[in-house]
Write a protein that binds this ligand. Sequence first.
Ligand code: PTJ
Length: 254
Amino acid sequence: MFEKMDFQFSIPKSHPRYFSLLIREKLIEGFNQGIVARAGLIAHGRGETFDYILGEKTLPPAKKAIISASALLLLAKYPVISVNGNCAVLVGKEIVKLAEILPAKIEVNLFYRTKEREKKIEKLLKSFGAKKILGTKKKVEIEELESERRKVDPEGILKADVVLVPLEDGDRTEALVKMKKKVIAIDLNPFSRTSQKATITIVDNIVRSLPLLIKYCKKLKKEKKEKLKKIFKKYNKRENLREMIRIIKKRLGR
Ligand code: PTJ
């Protein structure tokens, strides 16, 4: 995952928090390259706190949500994966792979939108093999939103029936759900508006959940629609988030 990065500091492999520090370096490098927004570093800090509490592993409720999300993505008629700065840097390669398996469109959608960042993210995703990236040229505005995220591609998010939004701010999830789209969110914070409003919420780190989404999409692709529908229907978001919060409470009480 990190082979192409040129980090400013070398992290000893023996460090107990090696992987976590590597992710930080990757985001700092992404920021220095103009891909990650300044606020993306702060957002990562919030995510890291939750990840620490969760034990930095994919917990059973998250795995259930990932399986259900895989079924929903495979059932979708027009799935779109939305990418921001943090996602591009941390899981750009995995996003391109997932889009290829489904297949799905990839759209750059930024909160801190600049032409320069759009282009840099597009270039990075193309270096991972993506043929076409949406959201960098023609855009329309959705009236449900006021932020820069309101600008969506008419061939992408606007047309989508299912949108995967790894690492998100709450406004857009709410807007997309209002537009009758199904939203799959990945957010380490189970209390966030995104987590509360999405159709499916995966409370996990994007660096762990994207490889798992690839694994289950590959596996479930062979299944019949009826089976996929059953898997999706079995998922109960309220119950899933409750289960996750119970785990957090238990871990904090220890
Ligand atoms: O690249 P841009 O311009 O679109 O900006 C992206 C950021 C991340 C700055 C923007 O979307 C933002 O401000 O997000 P928020 O509102 O801070 O929300 C980010 C959420 O993602 C928080 O709830 C974090 O807990 C969560 N998060 C952070 N890192 C991860 C994460 N969730 C999963 N995996 C992570 N690695």
